[in-house]
Design a protein around this ligand. Structure first.
Ligand SMILES: [Zn+2]
Ligand SMILES: [Zn+2]
Length: 233
């Protein structure tokens, strides 16, 4: 598996083009906009885009998905159905923030544990609510690489201060679903530089091991890995 990151839209959203070197079959994660750049890259490497994978319903991540699917014949999958109401508002939100966006109906709303295959590669779906209710991450277990959208960033975490956000749940998703993948796993966040799980466990001031120890001392029960919902702050 190879991948290339193309920052798209005025929000420099990291669209990742991921492909199987043996078959040239590709998945495009979060084609939020600037489709000409994405399509140029695909053409340059003679890739065959099979699927657009969406991490969550924000317009900078999926506003271009409908048009991308029309232009390439790729299907759209994701995110989790918890973001259906966000995807339904794509036009309005794009207009408000000055990014052309169109709503879509995915071929499949994804569930935790679903798999996506293209060529000889496979990505696993990790449901990680907290930034949005339906947010998912994509993980290549064989290549030790994750694509995590707006859940986790280098040295920070996703926004939660909006109606669909939930800070305890966001922290729980990161700790239980991303940090458990292994310290060696690299990840591409929705914006900004890449990092590794190990680096964030050591250095992340919001959700790293040290910060989390302080959080647990303040909100006992957070450390329970079986917790569906972290305690309300
Ligand atoms: Zn977002
Ligand atoms: Zn974003």
């Amino acid at each position: 598996m190879e991948f290339e990151i193309l920052p798209v839209t005025r929000y420099a959203q990291n669209c990742s083009i991921v492909w199987c070197e043996k078959t040239s079959r590709a998945a495009v994660i979060d084609p939020g906009g600037d489709l000409s750049e994405i399509l140029n890259f695909i053409e340059l490497l003679e890739l065959e885009p099979e699927v657009a994978l969406i991490t969550h319903g924000h317009f900078d991540h999926c506003g271009g998905a409908a048009q991308f699917a029309e232009m390439t014949g790729a299907r759209i999958e994701g995110p989790h159905r918890g973001d259906e109401h966000v995807v339904a508002r794509l036009e309005q939100m794009g207009e408000r923030y000055g990014v052309p966006a169109r709503t879509y109906v995915p071929a499949r709303w994804l569930e935790h544990g679903d798999r996506i295959r293209f060529g000889e590669e496979e990505l696993e779906v990790l449901h990680c609510p907290g930034h949005c209710q339906g947010h998912v991450a994509y993980f290549s277990r064989s290549r030790r690489q994750a694509f995590v959208g707006d859940i986790l960033f280098r040295h920070t975490i996703g926004a939660w201060e909006h109606p669909d956000g939930n800070l305890p749940l966001l922290i729980h998703s990161i700790r239980s679903r991303l940090f458990t993948l292994g310290d060696d796993v690299g990840f591409v966040p929705g914006h900004g530089p890449t990092s590794t799980i190990g680096h964030e466990r050591r250095e992340n001031p919001f959700v790293g091991d040290e910060a989390f120890a302080r959080w647990c001392a303040r909100f006992p029960g957070s450390e329970d890995p079986a917790l569906g919902h972290a305690p309300q702050a």
